[in-house]
Design a protein around this ligand. Structure first.
Ligand code: ZN
Length: 262
């Protein structure tokens, strides 16, 4: 059976430095190669932020880099002609500037903030800070969708509570406490969704259990390309005999369309 597939969690790149693949000698790195990978895996639309593997040392340095990635994400969106929905970065130390970035990019049709990766970009690995609250109140009023790398479970819970009208998609189901807290959070907060990228779905029954616990409407397909092997995630859902065709249809595309209003 054929399914429309939207990859909600990717990191497209313009150059080698921005390519998150950690086995670069084994792959071909080019802007066009990303399209080939998406085509090969049957992905019609991909979303997410440009990031890199470099580690800035100060918030100031991080914000300069992140603003550059925002520009690159828009350049890539133009290049990919409707195949890529860019996600932009914000930074809690620069709340006013971040709000201006949201306004500017929303005028270009951008609907997603993130994936944000606080541990990498000097956010103190927290979402619940004064600066971020101000930014996300604004994002919520503008109906942006927030895609996030998880911080500590309590910080994630408080984030959902602080912004009840903001759609928040937490990445990486993981396992153990991380998985259980994703489940509890998605049950408790109507605005919280989980994307399947990263660790988690390699465990037998994990996707089915997420569906059973939080409802299929809150499970979003994501791979974390190019650090992760996209085809493995597609196959992991497509060939999961525990899932029904209807559940696959929702996870692969319909849920993402609904939250992104596309
Ligand atoms: Zn990611």
């Amino acid at each position: 059976m054929d399914f429309e597939i939207i990859d909600f969690h990717t990191h497209p790149y313009k150059n080698v430095l921005q390519c998150t693949c950690i086995h670069q000698s084994a792959i071909k790195i080019s802007i066009d190669e990303t399209l080939k990978v998406m085509d090969n895996s049957g992905v019609s639309l991909f979303c997410g932020s440009v990031i890199t593997r470099e580690l800035p040392k100060t918030p100031e340095e991080a914000w300069e880099i992140l603003k550059g990635y925002n520009k690159d994400a828009l350049i890539l969106a133009d290049y990919y002609k409707g195949r890529y929905l860019p996600g932009i970065h914000v930074h809690p130390y620069f709340a006013k500037e971040s709000i201006s970035e949201i306004e500017k990019y929303q005028n270009h049709g951008v609907k997603i903030i993130g994936e944000l990766v606080p541990w990498r970009y000097c956010h103190n690995n927290l979402y619940c800070t004064g600066g971020m609250d101000e930014i996300l109140d604004f994002a919520s009023s503008k109906k942006m969708v927030l895609s996030i790398h998880p911080t500590a479970p309590d910080d994630m819970d408080k984030l959902c509570e602080n912004h009840p009208n903001l759609i928040i998609v937490g990445a990486h189901p993981g396992e153990g406490e991380q998985f259980e807290r994703h489940v509890l959070r998605a049950k408790k907060y109507k605005n919280y969704y989980v994307d399947l990228s990263g660790s988690g779905i390699h465990r037998y029954g994990a996707t089915k259990r997420l569906i059973d616990e939080i409802g299929v409407d809150k499970v979003i397909f994501g791979s974390d390309y190019a650090i992760a092997n996209l085809q493995m995630y597609v196959d992991g859902v497509l060939n999961d005999h525990l899932l029904t065709a209807e559940e696959k249809r929702l996870i692969f595309a319909d849920n993402a369309k609904r939250i992104l209003d596309i």
